[in-house]
Design a protein around this ligand. Structure first.
Ligand code: DHB
Ligand code: FE
Length: 280
C-alpha cells in the first residue's frame, strides 16, 4: 500500500524566487523565513518521499479568467514553469507521472469530485517555489509531482469545507493505491495577505496562528467559516490558506508536529511554514 509520510505547508511569494536567485536567504529580511526550512531538510533526507502531491492555486499562468476550473489535476509526464509576470527566474520542468495522476483523477470522480484533468499544465510560483524551498540544492526537483489546483482567483471559489473534503478524498485514494510509493502532501498559499484595495497590507497574526494551531489539534476548525468570513479575517489573497486545509485533510489520521514557523512579513504576506509527520 502507498504511504503518506507527512505534510508541508508553506506561503508562496514570488519574491522568494528573486531571494533565491540573489542568494539573499541569510539577509536580515529573509533569514527568519528561510530558517523555517532548516528542520525540514534533514527530515526529507531521512524520510525520502517519492511523490509530492501539491495543492496550490494558479495565478493566471495556466488558467485565465475566461476558463477557470474549480478543481483541476495535472495528468502529464512533466510540468513546465514560466514566469507569469513577476520577473523571477523560471525553474526546470517538474517530473510528473500521468498514470498515477489518472488513478487519482479516477478516484476523485468516483467520489463525486468532478475535476478537470490537464494533460498539459504550466505551473507558476505557487507550485514551483515551495518545491524549490524543499530541495534548494538540487538542480531540478528530485521527486514525482502531482499538481492539484484549486481556484482562488475567480469567484465563486470552493468553500473551505469542500476543499477539506477534496483533500480527504485525495488522502483516501492514495492510501488505497497498490503501490509502495511514499507520498508527501504539500499545501502552498496564505497566510494572511491582501494585495490591493483599501485593506492592502492586511495581516491578521492572531487568526493565522490560531489556524496553524488548529491543523495540529483540530484540523477541520477553519471549515466552520464561509469564504467571505475567511476573507474578512485574512484578506482576499489570504483565502489561499484553503490549500493548507486540503493538504491537512489529505494527511489525515494522527500527526506529530515537527516544525512550525511564522514570520511577518515576506513581501505583503504572512510567511508560515509547517511540517507535520504522519504517525500510525
Ligand atoms: C504575493 C503573495 C502571493 O500569494 C502572490 O501570489 C503574489 C504576491 C506578495 O505578497 O507579494
Ligand atoms: Fe498567491
Amino acid at each position: 500500500m502507498a504511504e503518506i509520510i507527512g505534510m508541508v505547508t508553506c506561503s508562496h511569494v514570488p519574491s522568494i524566487g528573486n531571494a533565491l536567485a540573489k542568494n539573499s536567504q541569510h539577509d536580515a529580511y529573509w533569514g527568519p523565513f528561510f530558517d523555517g526550512f532548516k528542520p525540514i531538510h534533514p527530515w526529507l533526507k531521512e524520510h525520502q518521499p517519492d511523490v509530492v502531491v501539491v495543492f496550490y492555486n494558479d495565478h493566471g499562468l495556466n488558467f485565465f479568467l475566461d476558463t477557470m476550473p474549480t478543481f483541476s489535476v495535472g495528468a502529464a509526464e512533466q510540468y513546465t514553469n514560466e514566469d507569469e509576470g513577476w520577473g523571477i527566474p523560471t525553474l526546470p520542468p517538474f517530473k510528473g507521472d500521468a498514470t498515477l495522476s489518472w488513478e487519482i483523477i479516477e478516484g476523485l470522480v468516483q467520489r463525486e469530485f468532478d475535476v478537470a484533468s490537464c494533460q498539459t499544465m504550466k505551473v507558476d510560483h505557487a507550485f514551483t517555489l515551495p518545491l524549490k524551498l524543499l530541495w534548494p540544492t538540487e538542480e531540478s526537483c528530485p521527486v514525482i509531482t502531482i499538481p492539484i489546483c484549486i481556484n482562488t482567483v475567480q469567484f465563486p471559489l470552493p468553500s473551505a469545507s469542500r476543499c477539506y473534503q477534496l483533500g480527504k478524498a485525495v488522502g483516501d485514494i492514495i492510501q488505497s493505491l497498490d503501490s509502495r510509493l511514499k507520498f508527501l502532501i504539500l499545501g502552498s498559499g496564505g497566510l494572511s495577505h491582501q494585495l490591493d484595495g483599501e485593506r492592502a497590507g492586511l495581516i491578521n497574526k492572531k487568526f493565522d496562528q490560531d489556524f496553524m494551531h488548529s491543523l495540529v489539534t483540530h484540523p477541520a476548525w477553519a471549515t466552520q467559516y464561509t469564504n467571505l468570513e475567511l476573507i474578512e479575517q485574512v484578506g482576499t489573497q489570504g483565502i489561499e490558506l484553503i490549500m493548507w486545509l486540503a493538504a491537512r485533510a489529505a494527511l489525515g489520521g494522527h500527526v506529530k508536529l515537527i516544525s512550525s514557523t511564522y514570520h511577518v512579513p515576506i513581501s505583503n504576506t504572512a510567511g508560515g511554514i509547517m511540517l507535520l509527520e504522519h504517525v500510525n
